[in-house]
Design a protein around this ligand. Structure first.
Ligand code: FPP
Ligand code: MG
Ligand code: MG
Length: 433
């Protein structure tokens, strides 16, 4: 068990439980289809030199079972972090377990610290187990979205390692993502809680919506996605109108306004909407789902959701800032990657308020020779990075305020976990990668 320094901090506080969740996740994704098993496991293994697909067996024999990267990128003291691996920081599940404790007295017994080996389709008996399932489902959805994202972005690397699509190809990467989503759905349905199902499903819808909002024009999207044929402006708008019509008819997707209009690409409001969908919604809805499963008051459930939303917005804003300030090595992907991918994020949108000559570059998605360099230069000469950071700080502070507004803690245990959730807001704001 972690001791001394290791116990401190939000990640240390729930580390053993996260290990259980991680182990359970790994067991959950094994399947009888070997290609998918390999693909899914690839994403969950720790960094240990050359890939060994049966890494769980190796870890077991090395007595390292459950020893996965939890907090390495956030680690403040030497030795706090586990080996940095492809599976990431588990920020989401950490937040969710802290939230579960922040709203309740200490969970009874040690039951919550053992690996839940029941099948994903089985109704978990205790509240804590059910909340752990939300943490697992959230990680599954998150990883699935990254697998699909790397296909959409044609990304060759993820967290400093080769991306799954780069290793196994797009088909396997898409199927692996679908498989994780399918497992998440089974596990979610087994909770037999309509509100939790609704919340988590909504975040799925938002993830896809965020990705669509990010695509500047349906035209490029359609052309890339379906035919690779360039479409004329008028045809593009015709297609756009058709899709808008269809989505209004089906009633559910009508908020997905088309982004063909050039104004939108330069609007901070549009950017924040996209950011909510792409990053904050999953955090908001999963935080609310653990509160709902805990049977807490509607006001506390709402505050949990708002906490997740604000942390998510701050997290993405910091990500967008780091795209300018971190090296390719630190990020595990090329520097100024957003501009290179045609994306204007908060720092660039703020910079355009000072340098209106940036607007046409944003609208043409930095695709002309020299656009990326010119845009980067203007961003650096503007207050864009500073203002984006102020906005991130604002959301981080709002997140902390949500925790302070919860109904009284009641126990020292809950109070300690609340403090950890507040500390997460600082860590998100000050993270370096
Ligand atoms: C990373 O963004 C991508 C996301 C946060 C969401 C991607 C969502 C989809 C692909 C929709 C499909 C969703 C599911 C659940 C299958 P990024 O490309 O800006 O950042 P990164 O690649 O640098 O991490
Ligand atoms: Mg990407
Ligand atoms: Mg992307």
């Amino acid at each position: 068990a972690p001791q001394g320094e290791e116990r401190k901090g939000p990640f240390g506080l729930v580390r053993e439980e996260i290990d259980c969740v991680t182990e359970r996740l790994r067991r959950d994704i094994f399947t009888e289809i070997p290609a998918l098993e390999r693909a899914a496991e690839y994403f969950f293994q720790a960094r240990m030199g050359p890939w060994v697909f049966s890494s769980h067996l190796m870890l077991k024999s090395a007595g390292m079972n459950g020893c996965w990267d939890v907090a390495a990128p956030f680690a403040s003291q030497a030795g706090e972090g586990r080996p940095a691996g492809a599976e990431g920081k588990r920020l989401r599940s950490t937040m969710l377990l802290l939230m579960s404790s922040a709203l309740a007295p200490a969970p009874a017994g040690i039951e919550f610290l053992t690996v839940d080996t029941s099948p994903p389709s089985e109704h978990p008996p205790s509240v804590r187990r059910r909340q752990q399932r939300i943490a697992e489902i959230t990680e599954l959805i998150h990883v699935a979205s990254l697998l699909h994202d790397d296909v959409i972005d044609s990304a060759g690397t993820r967290r400093g390692k080769k991306s799954l699509n780069a290793v196994f190809g797009n088909k396997v990467a898409i199927l692996a993502g679908d498989f994780l989503l399918a497992r998440a759905s089974v596990s979610l349905a087994a909770l037999r809680n309509p509100e939790a199902i609704m919340l988590m499903s909504q975040s799925l819808e938002h993830l896809v919506a965020g990705e669509i909002l990010q695509a500047s024009k349906w035209g490029c999207w359609m052309a890339e996605g379906f035919s690779r044929m360039p479409m004329s402006q008028s045809l593009e708008h015709l297609v756009a109108a058709e899709i808008l019509q269809a989505s209004m008819e089906c009633g559910r997707l009508c908020f997905l306004r088309l982004t063909a209009d050039a104004e939108e690409a330069t609007s901070l409001d549009h950017y924040m909407r996209k950011t909510y969908c792409k990053t904050a919604s999953l955090m908001a809805n999963s935080c609310k789902a653990v509160a709902v499963l805990g049977g807490h008051k509607p006001t506390d459930c709402h505050l949990a959701s708002e906490y997740g939303r604000h942390v998510g917005l701050a997290f993405q804003l910091v990500d967008d800032i780091m795209d300018f300030t971190s090296s390719a090595d630190e990020m595990g992907k090329p520097a100024v990657n957003d501009l290179r991918s045609g994306l204007a994020t908060a720092p660039t949108l703020y910079a355009a308020e000072e340098f209106p000559e940036l607007l046409p570059l944003i609208q043409r998605r930095f695709k002309e020779e020299g656009d990326v360099e010119a845009a980067e230069d203007m961003v650096r000469r503007s207050r864009g990075l500073e203002r984006a950071r102020e906005l991130a700080a604002f959301h981080a502070a709002d997140a902390a305020m949500c925790i302070e507004s919860f109904s009284p803690a009641g126990t020292a245990h809950a109070a300690e976990h609340r403090a950890a959730l507040i500390e997460i807001t600082h860590k998100v704001l000050n993270r370096k990668k």
